[in-house]
Design a protein around this ligand. Structure first.
Ligand code: B12
Length: 213
């Protein structure tokens, strides 16, 4: 049996090269891709989240682990798609209109992927219409909006309003985040959830989905 603890450690330590190599080797040795994700990569990101929560890890470590996770997932994702494994849920994520900050958003996207969500990342400066179009086309259940500027925060409200006008507000859970965002703001604009870091994004997404079921 292949010893896969080093894969867990490579993701936890943010060693993308080793994470990729070990994943390649495990796949070649016939280890089931879903097992790699569920038993080694996701637990590693859970541990990263735990360390972040108790200030043992900070943003640089989070970014490195997220990058290692992405490097390993890139190899596994096509295999998972082939095996017909259903994603936990589908998230459309993007930084709102006129905002070009994407470091936090990328981290949130990687964390969602790590937690088994299918992620459609629209990038930065995303107009409300683009979110709507993509949610429709992909039948997504979650929209995750990121904003880092006080001047672009209102675009979150505009996006939620646009979902209402399109008659789609009941079909998706809208989560928001970014440095200037607060729970109070989320409540004010009628978002379904707010998280102040990437692991929290996954937790609020799961809570929002559970509340809808
Ligand atoms: C890096 C950076 C840039 C880079 C962005 C590079 C990139 N590819 O992202 C560059 C240089 C391009 C940039 C440009 C500008 N920036 Co800037 N930037 C920053 C800086 C230093 C760090 C942001 C960052 O990446 N943080 C690290 C990440 C990991 O944290 P995060 O984004 O907050 O994300 C975490 C959480 O918020 C949460 N989260 C994020 N998104 C989401 C989404 C959901 C759904 C959930 C649940 C959670 C969640 O999870 C993440 C992970 O933990 C901040 C300062 C700061 N301390 O925030 C200023 C800052 C945001 N920028 C600022 C400004 C003013 C600008 C400019 C206007 C500067 C200028 N005059 O040109 C431009 C605007 C460009 C534009 N139109 O967007 C101001 C904003 C002030 C304000 N109150 O609005 C800040 C606060 C700096 C300051 N103190 O003045 N910037």
């Amino acid at each position: 049996m292949h010893d896969l603890k080093p894969l867990f450690e490579a993701v936890l330590n943010g060693d993308a090269k080793t994470a990729r190599t070990l994943t390649e080797q495990a796949v070649a040795a016939g280890v089931e891709p879903l097992k790699l994700v569920n038993e080694f990569m996701v637990p590693a990101m859970d541990e990263v989240g735990r360390r972040f929560e108790c200030s043992e890890y900070f943003v640089p470590e989070l970014l490195l682990s997220a990058r290692a996770m992405k490097a390993a997932l890139e190899l596994v994702r096509p295999l998972l798609a082939q095996s017909g494994a259903q994603p936990f849920a589908r998230v459309v994520i993007g930084t709102v209109k006129d905002d070009l900050h994407d470091i936090g958003k990328n981290l949130v996207a990687a964390m969602f992927e790590g937690a088994g969500f299918e992620v459609i990342d629209l990038g930065v400066n995303v107009a409300p219409e683009k979110f709507i179009e993509t949610v429709k086309a992909k039948n997504a259940n979650i929209v995750a909006l990121s904003a880092l500027l006080t001047t672009t925060m209102p675009a979150m409200k505009t996006t939620i309003e646009a979902f209402k006008e399109a008659g789609l507000r009941d079909k998706v859970k809208v989560l928001i985040g970014g440095a200037p965002i607060t729970q109070k703001y989320a409540d004010e604009i009628g978002a379904d959830g707010y998280g102040n870091n990437a692991p929290a994004a996954v937790i609020v997404a799961k809570q929002a989905l559970a509340a809808a079921r």
